[in-house]
Design a protein around this ligand. Sequence first.
Ligand code: SF4
Ligand code: SF4
Length: 301
Amino acid sequence: MINEQQTGLVFDIQHFCVHDGPGIRTTVFTKGCSLHCRWCHNPEGMDHTNTARYFAEKCIGCARCVDACPHGARCIIDGRLFYQKEICRNCLTCAEMCPSGALTVCAKEYTAQQIADIAVRHKVFYGQEGGVTLSGGEALMQPEFTASVAALCKEQGITTAIDTCGFVPKESIEMTLPYTDYYLWDIKAIDRDLHHHGCGVYNDLILENFAYLDRCQKKISVRVPVIGGFNATDREMTSIARCAAEKHNVFEVILMPYHAFGEPKYRTLGKTYSMWEDAEISEEQMEHFKEIFRSMSLPVK
Ligand code: SF4
Ligand code: SF4
């Protein structure tokens, strides 16, 4: 099933990452996500197809994008470029015609072999622990590509990790099992309705897949975004800690405080950022939540 020529849409590749699994890593961000978390700081990875982004500060007002758009989704009024997302058909013609880089495409197509070649060039920096992390978006939305990249990296002696929200068919996880050393598993909430409220889907499949991965005896790093107004309560943190503590292969839990770094990206995509006002939490609250995890003998960062 491993295919060197399998293509995938990738919206970013970052090197020297130290928060995406053990050691120093190259993180590959694949396009498309199965959740719609309100706090997402990578909105350019949400859509499954390629999309255009607009950087107003680079726009020279030439109107080439307006003339090029076959659907009339862009127009200039009083020197400002306007965009009607609901009309846009995502053909990307406007980005191809833009001379200044104000309109660009989010993602680029790579073959699995091209990604593996990039990883090999950086192998010297990975040391014993580091390697490649496939992230997103949701890395398992393009399972053939992700599995092929992981397999090719393993062939080169590079450690692999997959960062996933877990809301994917079990078969997609299965496909990657032989080639993946670590899974970075996001848990946002245990309460079903709360999960639906924050992420747009119920969490049954995520929790089933989490238990399945544990039975497969894979090393799991649990990732918990801590969001005020959502899951930053003793009740929810205790439920998440209990769920992680029941598993046999969770080697760490990472609590990630909410930050609004992703907000400006929403504007470049013509999307609305509709986050709760009280989402940020204090260091004291974070320490308190860490204690909940420690009390269940979970190593927490
Ligand atoms: S991507 Fe959207 S806005 Fe751009 S040319 Fe195509 S339809 Fe028009
Ligand atoms: S083509 Fe590019 S520079 Fe010209 S108006 Fe459109 S976004 Fe601005």
